[in-house]
Ligand binder design. Structure first.
Ligand SMILES: Cc1cc2nc3c(=O)[nH]c(=O)nc-3n(C[C@H](O)[C@H](O)[C@H](O)COP(=O)(O)OP(=O)(O)OC[C@H]3O[C@@H](n4cnc5c(N)ncnc54)[C@H](O)[C@@H]3O)c2cc1C
Length: 456
């Protein structure tokens, strides 16, 4: 009987464990935190209950949607996305729609944007831009004015990097660019088919963490073990098996499924991997987030799920409103501050974050500081894999090195170093379980096709 250890109890790890336990196979999940769910958890303490940033569940895979519906039953709500971008002291619909941009923008800025767009089209015929970087990719599709106004400041704040240092993969996974005629057509006669315009999504009553909660419960009910506070200390070979020291135990397994950050996993494998793999792993980094959540006495007038704030006057790059997802949840605004672990923002005290958030909320016309009952700051180190130029080669080197050891599947957002969504992690976890059973590899089964694009 194949014994498996799964590292990480996020959606990828739990989905793998759920699938293995359902087949009656022994599986142990090792999670460093005291709860499951990883990035898709719901934080609950005292009167607070909120997700780590806005999470909307959507998938093009009807089987997967059915799977999540089975987990949650009637508690899976269906909602219509309402998001906006704050720019130039006014609101624009998100995703950007030409009609809305032109009618809401100051006329001169609108004119500059359109002429920049047209100038770029001409330039692309004469001297096409390089397409490897985020900067080149976006400039060639939107022109300089919109790039300078929105894409460049937003991405500098989000990543702490110059857009020229970022890979174009980040843009191509995130941004849909219809042609000018496509934009006009989509604005006048919306088809709902352009991928970033897909507005409907699902959300579990009570918080996104309920998906992981249901998977955790089902895994245990089928006999799977889930250990919390159980970060592995070492991983070594023991004959044909893997031996993991964790939680005061030495756990022997035939197969390993990894969903923890790729670099940390490579470090655990130590001398089993060559130096060049460790060198590549050392170049992979994650962007962190500090979530400042304020509990409000009453409702805000805004009904958005989230609002992007690209301008430098706001230290935060986005805020979300919990009640827009589920009216039964506490009235809270969650502010996201992008940072690197250990930098000034990461170390900022709650008072400083709160002051900036309150100045911002007032400037945005959302609520006044006297509505705030309480606040809490929570830090998430591995929020976003950083797609620096060259990251693909480095991640590939690490993944190939791990694969060559045999008996290990690395998947999920952290384990693949891939900016992906919840549905991708669930599906990958399920595919990883099948790979353990020699029923086809994740690579063969999981397709990054149309619709597999990143959201949060
Ligand atoms: C701000 C934000 C908004 C998002 N919005 C959306 C959205 O709207 N829609 C959507 O579909 N997706 C969204 N996502 C993405 C979604 O959260 C992730 O794709 C998904 O949760 C990843 O699941 P995972 O299991 O692959 O990884 P994770 O959730 O990161 O799970 C990894 C697990 O490993 C554990 N771990 C780490 N190190 C160790 C260790 N050394 N030992 C043991 N355990 C360890 C972690 O604690 C964690 O539980 C968003 C993400 C963010 C950050």
């Amino acid at each position: 009987m194949i014994r498996t250890a799964v590292l990480g109890a996020g959606l990828a790890g739990l989905s793998a464990a759920d699938a293995l336990a359902a087949r009656g196979l022994p599986v142990t999940v090792l999670e460093k935190d005291r709860h499951s769910g990883g990035l898709s958890s719901t934080f609950s303490r005292g009167a607070f209950s909120f997700d780590f940033g806005p999470h909307r569940f959507h998938t093009m895979n009807t089987q997967l949607l059915g799977f999540v519906r089975d987990l949650l039953g009637d508690d899976l709500l269906t909602l219509e996305r309402r998001s906006r971008i704050r720019l130039l002291d006014r609101y624009f619909d998100y995703p950007l729609a030409l009609g809305n941009v032109l009618s809401s923008m100051p006329p001169l800025s609108g004119l500059a944007m359109m002429s920049g767009f047209a100038a770029e089209k001409v330039r692309s015929l004469l001297k096409p831009r390089e397409q490897a970087s985020f900067e080149g990719w976006v400039l060639s599709r939107f022109g300089r004015p919109l790039y300078d106004m929105y894409f460049s400041p937003y991405n500098r704040k989000l990543w702490g990097l110059e857009p020229a240092e970022l890979s174009a993969d980040w843009a191509s996974q995130r941004i849909t660019v219809p042609s000018l005629s496509g934009l006009v057509r989509e604005t006048l006669f919306p088809s709902g088919k352009v991928r970033s315009l897909a507005g409907e999504f699902h959300y579990p009553r009570g918080g996104i963490g309920r998906i992981a909660g249901a998977l955790e419960e089902r895994t245990r009910a089928s006999g799977g073990r889930i250990l919390f506070g159980a970060a592995p200390e070492s991983i070594s070979r023991a004959g044909g098996q893997w031996e993991i020291a964790a939680h005061g135990e030495h756990i022997l397994v035939d197969r390993l499924i990894n969903t923890i950050p790729l670099g940390e996993f490579a470090a655990l494998l130590g001398p089993l991997l060559p130096d060049r793999v460790h060198a590549a792993a050392g170049k992979l980094s994650f962007r962190s987030l500090v979530f400042l959540t304020v509990l409000l006495n009453g409702e805000t007038e805004a009904k958005d799920h989230w609002i992007y704030t690209s301008e430098d006057r706001y230290m935060f790059n986005r805020l979300s409103l919990t009640r827009s997802f589920d009216p039964a949840m506490p009235s809270q605004a969650v502010f996201e501050f992008s940072c690197d672990k250990g930098d000034r923002v990461w170390n900022a005290g709650r008072g400083e974050l709160l002051k900036n958030a309150m100045d911002g909320a007032q400037h945005l016309g959302l609520f006044s500081p006297d509505m705030v009952l309480d606040s809490v700051a929570v830090r998430q180190e591995h929020a976003y894999p950083v797609y620096r130029l060259g990251y693909r080669h480095e991640a590939g080197t690490v993944l190939d090195g791990i694969k060559s050891l045999g008996g290990i599947v690395s998947c999920g957002r952290q384990g693949l170093f891939r900016y992906n969504n919840m549905d991708h992690s669930i599906e990958m976890g399920q595919c990883a379980a099948l790979e353990v059973l020699d029923e086809g590899s994740v690579e063969e089964r999981f397709h990054w096709g149309e619709g597999t694009w990143a959201d949060g």
